[in-house]
Design a protein around this ligand. Structure first.
Ligand SMILES: Cc1ncc(COP(=O)(O)O)c(C=O)c1O
Length: 394
């Protein structure tokens, strides 16, 4: 079908008219089990009643006033994030890439304000993904994302994932900081080992540079913790959040300590829509549910149940599946056969999953999935594995 949209998303054909909980419905009424959740965004499923109520209520009061004025629910969301994390200050954006970009600016401004004006370079890890605006693609340095966009030196350096010696060697008197994902997402749902996180933290402290965690995908309960870093006890100086924070409404946030955020005085950064009343009304509603007593505990019991089922499938279909990776409901399934084939077969059987690097697929269900829904997903996965196993490779 021809489209007036640019072709950068490949012009997908499948279309949905409505969503409810973990299901999406086509205009013809066909039901799909959605384990993409808008790429780890709808953390409470589609049209969660508490989120719908918050959005409807806010939509009758005020949609937008801008940061020229105080916005009470935006203040409240920032205060709650501060109380729940390492951070003292929050900047709101509209997306993950902008939250990361804000973090890069804050890193540079921190050193600038201390008279260290040459400290502008930022180090990232291989196979990372930090977004699609210019600085984040320069950080991740995926050639496919950079081609035709970034000629010459970008101000970013990359070191191999998990290699502390390479990181030490890459730090110079021009380095401002390091960015990493505690759980790599697009790269293939890979846990960054706690030991490495600790080594990076200690190295950054020793060298006087800053550490930023990108939790755009792993944040807001998906790991079983509000933010995945909380499992390790190792805190960053800055953290980028987005996706799940709005449960489907666009919002991003850059969290920082007081010391690091202090140079961000009036006029240093901004966003017309950042911290918009609709977005932060929904953000507060998301936190109401995620932080309710026992919510994440019971979500993670169900995630463990799903993982046990997936491990059973690996034993039964070793010619199709190799490994379950990740943490909580940030699940990677490393494939033996092609990940694209598995995604296609699952879609035919009405289970939606997302591709990731390292020949993996991502299962990113809502955090409030029921056991029956998990059983339904496992049955579809089993049937897809059986079909792939019985199909001769072309
Ligand atoms: C770890 C990580 N950082 C940043 C981004 C960019 O977020 P957005 O697409 O909202 O700009 C993503 C998106 O997938 C991500 O997974």
């Amino acid at each position: 079908m021809s489209s007036a949209l640019m072709s950068n998303y490949g012009n997908p054909e499948l279309e949905f008219e409505r969503g409810q909980g973990c299901y999406l419905y086509t205009p013809e009424g066909e039901r799909y089990l959605d384990f993409t959740m808008g790429i780890a965004v709808n953390c409470l499923g589609h049209c969660h009643p508490h989120l719908v109520a918050a959005l409807q209520e806010q939509s009758t009061r005020i949609w937008h006033s801008s940061n020229l004025f105080r916005i009470p629910q935006t203040e409240r969301l920032a205060k709650r994030l501060v109380e729940l994390t390492f951070a003292d200050k929050v900047f709101f954006s509209n997306s993950g890439t902008e939250a990361v970009e804000a973090g890069f600016k804050i890193m540079r401004r921190y050193h600038y304000s201390r008279g260290d004006k040459e400290r502008v370079r930022i180090i990232a890890l291989t196979q990372s993904f930090h977004g699609r605006t210019l600085a984040p693609i320069a950080a991740s340095a995926n050639p496919a994302h950079m081609e035709g966009f970034l000629p010459g030196d970008t101000g970013f350096d990359q070191v191999p994932f998990g290699d502390i010696h390479a990181l030490r060697a890459a730090i110079t008197d021009k380095t401002a900081g390091v960015i990493l994902e505690p759980i790599q997402g697009e790269g293939g749902i890979r846990l960054t080992p706690f030991e490495y996180l600790l080594q990076v933290r200690e190295l950054c402290d020793e060298m006087g540079i800053l550490l930023m965690f990108d939790e755009v995908q792993s944040g807001v309960g998906r790991s079983g913790y509000l933010y995945a870093y909380q499992a390790s006890g190792i805190t960053p100086d800055l953290l980028a959040s987005a996706k799940g924070l709005g449960g489907g409404f666009p919002i991003g946030a850059c969290l920082a300590t007081e010391r690091v955020a202090a140079p961000m005085v009036a006029g240093t950064h901004g966003s017309t829509f950042g911290g918009n009343p609709l977005a932060t009304a929904v953000g507060n509603a998301v936190l109401d549910v995620i932080t309710a007593d026992g919510f994440l505990r019971s979500a993670m019991e169900n995630a463990a149940y799903l993982r046990t089922g997936l491990n059973r499938l690996i034993t039964t279909y070793p010619e199709v599946l190799a490994e379950v990776t990740g943490m909580g409901y940030m699940i990677g399934l490393k494939c033996v056969s092609s990940n694209a084939d598995l995604i296609k077969t699952l879609q035919k059987k009405r289970l939606l999953a997302v591709k990731a690097g390292g020949n993996s697929i991502r299962l990113l269900p809502p955090l409030n999935l029921t056991r029956d829904e998990i059983d339904e997903a496992l049955a579809i996965l089993e049937s897809a594995c059986a079909e792939i196993k019985s199909t001769p490779a072309s």
